[in-house]
Design a protein around this ligand. Structure first.
Ligand code: NAD
Length: 393
């Protein structure tokens, strides 16, 4: 059938199989055009189907030549409903890995659950023995714990409500938005979902099963950003969860013998998760303009390749004074932030196109779902029912 984008607010409910394959192909080609990285050999990526997790998996396989096991939470096509973008991405990733003779298998299910942890560990034991890198890249609105309680994360402030500019993604109009403050319960729930508890559960379970190498690394991702985003990110409910993640990194390093845990602070980019955060899409559109003009723009794959090449597997792993890996260094450069601030102050409905890269924002948005690739003919009928080779349905 012919597949068209159906955008609802900040999500697209359809995905184009060939376009998603193209998206993955371009990322694979980028990594293959770069110098190889003498790094990980057997990698577990949790949250591996889109955004930073997918880019980490691609960097592991095609920069390091590593075998990868990915944990994803995606939907196959059913009837006239397309599969999720992450499903098609994963099918393409396995196809390209097989072409290059690189091991790749995928587990589809809720990474927060005990069952998926057990299945994953069983697969590691059977096929790889042990892993030497674990990438934890989950971004989820909710988590169900073993006792059946459902925790929902919120994107709110922790102090007073915060009013600033935002872009309405339905019509590109600039307006003011007020982000309400979270209750104590909402903050606690956000920490439960996006903090480090589940990361530590994974690492403890891998260690207990003897499925992790001595000297292994694990990395999770976070964001810091400039002041304009601080009330709803760094100091917001999500920031509290990320603080918990930082503490968890220290705990894992201390308590899980032979494992070093890090948090990498990544650049703000269009992903399915970041589109949902108020204020951030407008900031990203302005940031894209400034960084593209300076020739230092990066997408997920450029960021993750640089993380592997210049940080994780560099002769010396550079950390900031808080012990964090900083791959947001170009975003946070003074010259970049000064220009972003000036544009932020002057942007209005009348100058959105001139003051931001809103077209670049939308291009990235559509491409996450496999649309807007010039070499794909979107009026063609395509087969939406694509198999992920390692997953039996
Ligand atoms: P994303 O939405 O593209 O990726 C999240 C992944 O988690 C998806 O593949 C999704 O399928 C998977 N997932 C969600 N719930 C799951 C579950 N229960 N079981 C298994 N998989 C599940 O988002 P992203 O932006 O790549 O986020 C990844 C990490 O990077 C997050 O920690 C986020 O805070 C961080 N980060 C993002 C940005 C940004 O601007 N996008 C910047 C810095 C850090």
């Amino acid at each position: 059938m012919m597949v068209e984008p159906k955008v609802r607010g900040f999500i697209c409910t359809t995905a184009h199989a060939q376009g998603c394959r193209e998206n993955v192909k371009r990322q694979v080609e980028y990594v293959k055009s770069q110098p190889k990285v003498d790094g990980a050999k057997k990698v577990l990526v949790i949250g591996a189907s889109t955004g930073y997790g997918l880019a980490s998996r691609i960097s592991s396989a095609f920069a390091c030549g590593a075998a990868t096991i990915g944990v994803i939470f995606d939907k196959a096509a059913s009837g006239n409903r397309t599969a999720s973008a992450g499903w098609y991405n994963t099918a393409a990733f396995e196809e390209f890995s097989a072409q290059d003779g690189i091991y790749a298998k995928t587990i589809n299910g809720d990474a927060f659950s005990q069952e998926i942890k057990e299945q994953t560990i069983e697969l590691i034991k059977k096929d790889l023995g042990k892993v030497d890198l674990v990438v934890y890249s989950l971004a989820s609105p909710r988590r169900t714990t073993a006792d059946g309680t459902v925790y929902s994360s919120v994107l709110k402030t922790t102090g007073s409500p915060y009013t600033n500019k935002t872009i309405d993604l339905r019509n590109n109009a600039i307006s003011k938005t007020t982000i309400p403050s979270a209750t104590e319960d909402e903050i606690a729930a956000t920490v439960k979902v996006m903090g480090g508890e589940d990361w530590k559960d994974w690492m403890t379970a891998l260690k207990a099963a003897d499925a992790i190498e001595d000297g292994a690394m694990t990395v999770a991702y976070s964001y810091i950003g400039p002041e304009v985003t601080h009330p709803m990110y760094l100091n917001g409910s999500i920031g509290m969860a990320k603080n918990h993640l930082y503490k968890t990194a220290e705990e894992i390093t201390r308590e899980v013998a032979g494992v070093n845990a890090y948090v990498s602070i990544n650049k703000a980019l269009v992903t399915q998760s970041s589109s949902a955060i108020p204020v951030v899409p407008l900031y990203i559109s302005i940031l894209y303009k400034v960084m593209k003009e300076k020739g230092i723009h990066e997408g997920c794959i450029e960021q993750m390749y640089r993380l592997y090449h210049e940080r994780l597997y560099a002769p010396q792993l550079a950390l900031d004074e808080q012990g964090l890996i900083r791959i947001d260094d170009w975003e946070m450069r003074d010259d970049v932030q000064d220009e972003v601030t000036a544009l932020w102050q002057s942007i209005t409905d009348d100058n959105v196109k001139a003051s931001s890269d809103i077209d670049g924002y939308w291009e990235d948005f559509y491409r996450m779902f496999g649309f807007e690739f010039p070499n794909i003919c979107y009026s063609d009928d395509i087969d939406i029912d694509v198999k992920i080779p390692s997953i039996e349905e």
